[in-house]
Design a protein around this ligand. Structure first.
Ligand code: RAM
Length: 926
């Protein structure tokens, strides 16, 4: 072979090898596919027009997406090339989340397979993702053939606390025979009440108190379980335990509208496909049998559960049981007025177990345990007992100074469980149809001979089943304790609906509390679906009121036809927050009308733009002028608060209208906002000073944050606010409505150091005060409890209330530094503001719709270091608060602008760099 020929051969084979291997090195597939508000391969899914989301891999090859293609098919084999349901085709778009399904109409029970691929910034197409699925539940009432089934327990006329009717829990069962092996089976089930379902003796799920709480007169959520492996050829049985829960319990206060106090009923439809292809359906109907003579004698959310082991019914949930002596059930047809819809967020589950327990005191036959964390859920007790004895299990949030067990703040909630032993020996018990809010557990009635052990009690922590979404940590242990208190407070109060408190005779979906906490909640936990589900309940409730009223509480068990400013605004503020945090436009589409109607409620109450209506006002402001119940409303006049929120909600509606492309309405609501703001300033302010008798921080905070003043008077109002804070010796003076605004307003004013001082205050009223008194959750009042004086004597006094945790947003957005600049964190602002008097490091990380983002800074040896992660397909503005661009190191090298990283602003205070996705380490000298 000639030499030159040899070279040509070698070179051409190198070229062809390279081009072959470069071809081969495909762009990595997208991952983390989800449906609508973050569901992963769901079954029993609620939405036949879902949205589709995915994430791009963290890879050198991928900075961003320039186009995508999604394909959906009725079987996996058809993917990706023959999608029979929808092919989006190549769409030139950066969108990776909440892409609307636009294919064929999907039906109840339908299973859909889908895949996605994208094109990167160089126009290279990725591999297809793995196929994911979703399967729809029963979407329409017409899909249900079953009947509401149960025993008439109302006729027992058992009266409980405050003479409310109670119902004995029911044990219901139905045996059936299958002629063949099972290919697949789905159990569709719900209850008017709460249930636990078993098939052939096995628990079908670990859901806690399903179906959860909706306005039952409008909608009851249904669950779907894959029960293929629970069934067998031959004899089978379905068995249901049923209790009152929210539906028929005193928590719903017997409102006629809710059909309350009617006996609980179950609705279930077990759909089975056998191996031979034939189908069988088992329905709840008149053929079922039931008894109330089982071990759970009584159960209620507020009052606890009574379990008598002498009434256990061996094997009742298996097919080896004869129910001939059980009663016949009563049935009721489903009604067209109440929609049966698949549950649109996750159920409550047992999430963690607290085992690190201490014994506080032992007296005669009673012992107090400290779980060292105020928690929500149930105890698991393992205790030696004597036959026939009753174990009494009581709960408390804090002990009094003298170590006494304290339950006064539970008010009428008995919150006590009882266990009656059937034999001598160690019993193990956890209640099923109640939950408690507690840190301390008292047991009495155990075997007197036994010496109490710490292993007798564990705490099973329960909350809606969402995952952690963000983290925050710093170099200051009290700030970290505050973060812990905030996040415990959130989990503890997200029990199917967002509640004000989890322990006393309330536990209701208070809208004002929810309104102030939603951004902090969404940062820390993946609560997107949790909120949108509750917003549906809110819309349904508002529809009962033709003047647009949104009640204080959702579901509305008070039904007092009143709306409060700052509370009903949850229907505007929460959708707007969710949109900004997730980028999901459907939350605006779904709730825009509700928001407009709430604004029209203000209009119906207003004269010359000043609404005259009910308000809880700046709830629980410290040091109110008036004492007692009136004092709870603080000193900022309700008329001012009504007008401020009227303007703010109108303003947010105009912003929503802009996003939704409703230009005319954007103008109308913007004009309304301006007019109300004008009236606000003219009525309540004079030259930047609040004209009321008593100056309050909140009057200024609302005026400034909601942008209700002219620019020149706003500056004066800012000065007044500083004056007020100075008068309070740098303490906050705000209640539920003012507190979340304080950090934002001071931040906008550049008063960062002052905000740090307020946040790190140790004395009342302050965030650290409760920590100094031993708080492990957020409290309802700034002074709910003190070591010196014990409980605040006012009856409304919970130690687990999340509203004041709203400062969490400032902690992660400004102390650590991650905030969203474009909906869904498409663009992030990394702008930490260190204050070395208090901290030398802080960091936060967040699972954004695009992937992980994080910001972590520390100051060491006069050097400021900032580590940043920017998710693929996003960009960030990084604000560096120290040094100058000349001494900035990026990933170890002196800063040099590239296409990925540019200087966009620089002044004496700080400089700003824009970066594309990636990981960066910045370093400057102080
Ligand atoms: C109480 C609770 C709740 C609050 C209402 C106004 O019941 O403190 O958090 O929103 O009052």
């Amino acid at each position: 072979m000639k030499l030159e020929y040899f070279f040509v051969l070698v070179i051409s084979s190198i070229i062809s090898f390279c081009s072959f291997s470069c071809e081969k090195k495909n762009v990595e597939a997208p991952y983390a596919l989800t449906i609508s508000e973050g569901f992963i391969n769901p079954i029993g899914f609620y939405d036949s027009r879902p949205t589709l989301s995915w994430k791009l891999p963290v890879s050198e090859q991928v900075k961003s997406q320039t186009a995508y293609q999604v394909v959906l098919a009725s079987s996996e084999e058809l993917l990706p090339n023959n999608p029979d349901l929808w092919d989006s085709n190549k769409q030139d778009s950066e969108q990776v989340s909440f892409v609307k399904y636009q294919g064929k109409v999907l039906e109840s029970r339908q299973k859909v397979y889908w895949q996605v691929r994208y094109w990167n910034e160089n126009g290279k197409v990725s591999e297809w993702s793995e196929a994911n699925t979703f399967e729809l539940g029963l979407l329409h009432n017409i899909d249900w053939k079953a009947k509401w089934t149960g025993l008439d327990t109302a006729k027992d006329s058992i009266k409980g606390v405050r003479k409310f009717l109670m119902h004995k829990p029911q044990y219901l069962r139905k045996g059936f025979t299958l002629p063949n092996h099972v290919k697949s089976a789905r159990l569709y089930i719900t209850a008017k009440g709460i249930f636990d379902v078993h098939l052939n003796g096995k628990n079908v799920s670990d859901d806690v108190m399903p179906p959860g709480w909706t306005p039952y007169n409008h909608r009851i959520e249904t669950l779907t379980y894959n029960v293929t492996d629970f069934l067998e050829i031959g004899k089978n049985v379905i068995a249901v335990e049923l209790a009152t829960g929210w539906h028929s319990g005193r928590i719903s206060r017997g409102k006629a509208l809710y059909d309350n106090f009617a006996s609980p009923k179950v609705l279930c439809q077990l759909e089975i496909t056998l191996k031979d292809g034939s189908k069988q359906t088992i329905l709840s109907d008149e053929s079922w049998k039931g008894t109330t003579n089982g071990p759970i004698r009584l159960a209620g959310i507020y009052d606890g559960e009574t379990y008598n082991a002498n009434f256990e019914i061996p094997n009742w949930s298996t097919s080896n049981f004869d129910d001939v002596s059980w009663q016949n059930v009563e049935v009721e047809p489903i009604s067209d007025d109440v929609q049966l819809e698949p549950k649109r967020h996750t159920t409550v589950k047992n999430k963690t177990i607290i085992k690190d327990v201490e014994i506080v005191s032992v007296k005669e036959n009673s012992v107090i345990f400290n779980l060292k964390q105020n928690m929500v859920g149930i105890p698991n007790v393992k205790v030696p007992m004597k036959k026939g004895d009753t174990l009494t299990i009581r709960f408390s949030e804090m002990l009094l100074n003298d170590g006494t067990f304290y339950t006064t703040n539970y008010r009428s909630a008995q919150s006590t469980d009882y266990y009656i032993a059937a034999a001598d020996g160690i019993i193990e018990y956890k209640p099923k149809f109640t939950f408690h809010g507690f840190q301390f557990v008292e047991l009495s009635g155990f075997d007197k001979e036994a010496k109490p052990e710490t292993t007798w009690v564990e705490g099973i922590v329960q909350h809606s089943d969402f995952e952690k979404n963000g983290t925050f940590t710093s170099s200051h242990h009290k700030l970290n304790q505050l973060q812990s208190n905030i996040t415990w407070g959130l989990r503890d109060n997200f029990f199917d609906v967002p509640t004000d408190c989890p322990q006393r005779d309330e536990r209701l979906g208070w809208t004002g509390d929810a309104q102030v906490i939603s951004p902090t909640a969404m940062f820390n936990y993946n609560t997107h679906a949790f909120w949108t589900a509750w917003l549906q309940s809110m819309r349904e409730t508002q529809s009962e009121h033709n003047n647009g009223l949104i009640p204080f509480i959702i579901p509305d068990v008070l039904q007092n036809n009143n709306g409060s400013s700052g509370w009903g605004d949850a229907g505007v503020i929460i959708p707007w927050d969710i949109y900004n945090i997730t980028g999901d436009i459907s939350v605006l589409e779904e709730n825009y009308d509700m928001s407009k109607k709430w604004v029209s409620y203000y209009q119906s109450k207003a004269e010359n733009y000043i609404p005259n209506m009910y308000s809880f006002a700046d709830w629980l402001q410290p040091y109110p002028e008036k004492t007692g119940k009136i004092g709870n409303r603080g000193d900022t006049p309700k008329e001012l608060i009504n007008t401020a929120y009227f303007a703010h909600s109108a303003h947010l509606v105009s912003k929503m209208a802009r996003v939704l492309g409703k230009t005319e309405e954007e103008k109308i609501y913007k004009k309304l906002y301006k007019e109300v703001a004008n009236a606000f300033e003219n009525t309540f302010f004079d030259n930047g000073k609040f004209t009321g008798k008593k100056q309050t921080q909140t009057s200024y905070l609302l005026a400034i944050y909601f942008d209700l003043l002219k620019p020149e008077t706003k500056v004066k109002a800012q000065k007044q606010l500083l004056e007020e804070i100075k008068n309070a010796n740098n303490h906050l003076g705000t209640g539920f409505l003012g507190t979340p605004l304080l950090p934002k307003v001071l931040d906008d004013m550049g008063e960062i150091d002052l905000m740090y001082k307020i946040l790190f205050k140790e004395t009342y009223p302050s965030w650290f005060y409760s920590i100094n008194q031993g708080a492990t959750t957020m409290w309802e009042r700034w002074n709910s409890f003190s070591k010196a004086e014990g409980y605040n004597p006012q009856s409304m006094n919970s130690l687990n209330h999340y509203a004041y945790g709203a400062v969490g947003q400032w902690m992660y957005e400004r102390i650590a530094g991650i905030a969203s600049l474009e909906p869904g964190y498409k663009k992030i602002r990394i702008a930490p503001i260190p204050n070395t008097d208090f901290l030398n490091s802080a960091s936060a990380s967040l699972n954004t719709p695009y992937g992980k983002a994080s910001s972590s800074w520390k100051i060491e040896n006069k050097t400021f270091q900032l580590e940043v992660v920017v998710a693929p397909n996003t960009s960030a503005e990084v604000h560096i608060p120290y040094g100058s661009i000349e001494n900035l190191y990026v990933n170890g090298n002196l800063f040099k602008a590239t296409s990925n990283i540019k200087l966009i602003h620089s002044d004496k205070e700080f400089f700003v760099i824009s970066v594309n996705s990636g990981t960066y380490k910045f370093q400057t000298k102080l």
